[in-house]
Design a protein around this ligand. Structure first.
Ligand code: F0G
Length: 463
């Protein structure tokens, strides 16, 4: 059979509500053109994120009922601990309420002002948490990873030579750890090859620097390795995942992605000293080390979800359905980051709207337009998210790329929803010349994209 279907049937449904164009126009104005400030009930197809938005399975809901809410030493924790150890192989597992809490605790333990932390590409919270310790976050993705049109099969790979250069220039004592993000979310949801992880681990070992994996989408990355890397076609995703983790000293994880859970995460490490210090901080900010800011039932849902995320039927459907969206818009000319990523399609807004300068926020304009057109919510990953103010002149500096991410929640939307998204993107594509830019009228000093307020530039076509 050629058709790859959703490998599940639907037991519980959640209605979504159509809105009129006038209603959407009004909602956009009320939200100051920031799609984060829209009410979810006014969004028809919500592609803001794949994080915490998954549909849980009947087994996960059953696990929720088995949740043991003991404050210390709950059965839920031991089931969670067993699953995470089996998949990652790490010795010490600390549950956290989500991924950034694991990042915060880890960096707080190992980083100090003046340090530098390399990564293929830091996700925004990861960068912010590194910088909050006074350390510098450096992105070392391979050059192909910065070129939207390159079809390199592992565009998430780290530039190993650049890593060596950084280590020899800065010295090992300035680099408390090296990170690698699989898949590379901010670089287009692109995978990292096993060979690259192995090479990065080799360099880290030579310099005696621990390697931590930002493992949010480890299962999707494992599937890409199986599809694209020689020698893995017959290896199970679980074995590939285990091999990936075997090259590292620990990981941070947001279970809201490949844990297919609505909340949760963990920090895992082989380093007993880091684990001990992290546990002390965990108690301060998250909770006792056997629940870490989660209910026992959440730990059980994650434990089942991690396992389901490694199911080959699920992964084949997952990666194929994301690719379906990418291929159907790109073959009509819509510029996207190629090849399609695992959890999301990234539209290249700079090329989609070439008449809008980066500082006039083409990604923001496109995100607004998709909502206006069809009630679809994506997210800008461009100058709003990664642009900066020059600390000396106060001038705005554009971000490295101008993307709009359409992230696909796991097991939530069907093929007809995705067909609707394709149609909407193509409608906007056909009238792209009439779309105008935006300016920021209010912003927070860090992670400004969440709360910034925008105004259309003069002359911008509305509707
Ligand atoms: N690392 C990566 C690569 C991520 O994509 C995220 C979250 C995190 C860390 C932080 O995890 O949200 O559980 O605290 N990414 C979400 C997204 C928010 O929409 O891509 P968290």
């Amino acid at each position: 059979m050629k058709t790859i279907i959703e490998p599940f049937k639907i037991k519980s449904v959640e209605p979504i509500r159509m809105t009129t164009r006038e209603e959407r126009e009004e909602r956009l104005r009320a939200a100051d053109y920031n799609v984060f400030l829209l009410k979810a009930e006014d969004v028809l197809i919500d592609l803001l994120t794949d994080s915490g938005t998954s549909a849980m399975s009947s087994e996960q809901w059953a696990a929720i009922m088995r949740g043991d809410e003991a404050y210390a030493g709950s059965r839920s924790f031991y089931r969670f601990d067993e699953t995470v150890r089996r998949i990652t192989g790490f010795d010490h597992i600390l549950p956290t309420h989500q991924g950034r809490a694991a990042e915060h605790i880890l960096f707080d333990v190992v980083c100090k002002p003046g340090d530098v932390v390399p990564n293929n590409t830091h996700f925004d919270t990861t960068r912010a948490n590194v910088e909050a310790t006074g350390a510098e976050a450096v992105d070392l993705v391979i050059p192909e990873g910065r070129e939207p049109r390159s079809t390199h099969p592992f565009k998430g790979n780290m530039d190993v030579e650049a890593l060596e250069r950084l280590l020899s220039e800065r010295g090992r004592e300035k680099v408390p750890l090296c990170l690698i993000t699989i898949t590379n979310n901010s670089g287009g949801g692109q995978p990292v090859s096993m060979a690259n992880v192995r090479a990065v681990a080799g360099v880290c070992r030579r310099y005696d620097i621990p390697l931590y994996i930002d493992a949010c989408r480890f299962a999707e990355n494992a599937w890409f390795i199986r599809e694209r890397e020689e020698g893995y076609a017959d290896v199970s995703p679980e074995e590939i995942a285990r091999e990936l983790f075997s090259h590292a000293d620990g990981c941070t994880m947001s279970a809201k992605k490949d844990g297919i859970a609505n909340i949760g995460g963990f920090l895992a490490t082989d380093d007993a000293r880091v684990a001990q210090e992290a546990r002390n901080r965990l108690i301060l900010t998250e909770g006792f080390p056997t629940y870490g800011g989660l209910a026992g039932r959440d730990l059980d849902a994650i434990s089942v979800g991690l396992q389901e995320a490694l199911d080959p039927d699920y992964l084949e459907y997952r990666i194929t359905s994301t690719r379906y969206l990418g291929e159907h818009i790109s073959r009509e000319g819509v510029p996207i980051v190629q090849p399609p990523g695992g959890h999301a399609i990234y539209i290249d807004a700079a090329e989609f709207l070439p008449h809008i300068e980066p500082l006039q926020l083409p990604g923001q304009a496109l995100a607004v337009e998709l909502y206006r057109e069809a009630g679809i919510r994506g997210v800008e990953i461009g100058t709003v998210m990664f642009g900066r103010r020059d600390p000396d002149t106060g001038d705005e500096i554009a971000g490295p790329m101008e993307l709009v991410r359409l992230a696909i929640p796991r097991r939530v939307y069907t093929q007809s929803h995705i067909d609707y998204v394709v149609e909407a993107v193509l409608n906007v594509w056909r009238r792209r010349e009439g779309i105008g830019g935006f300016r920021i009228v209010e912003q927070a000093p860090v992670l400004r994209h969440f709360t910034a307020r925008f105004a259309p530039l003069n002359g911008a076509a509305v509707g």
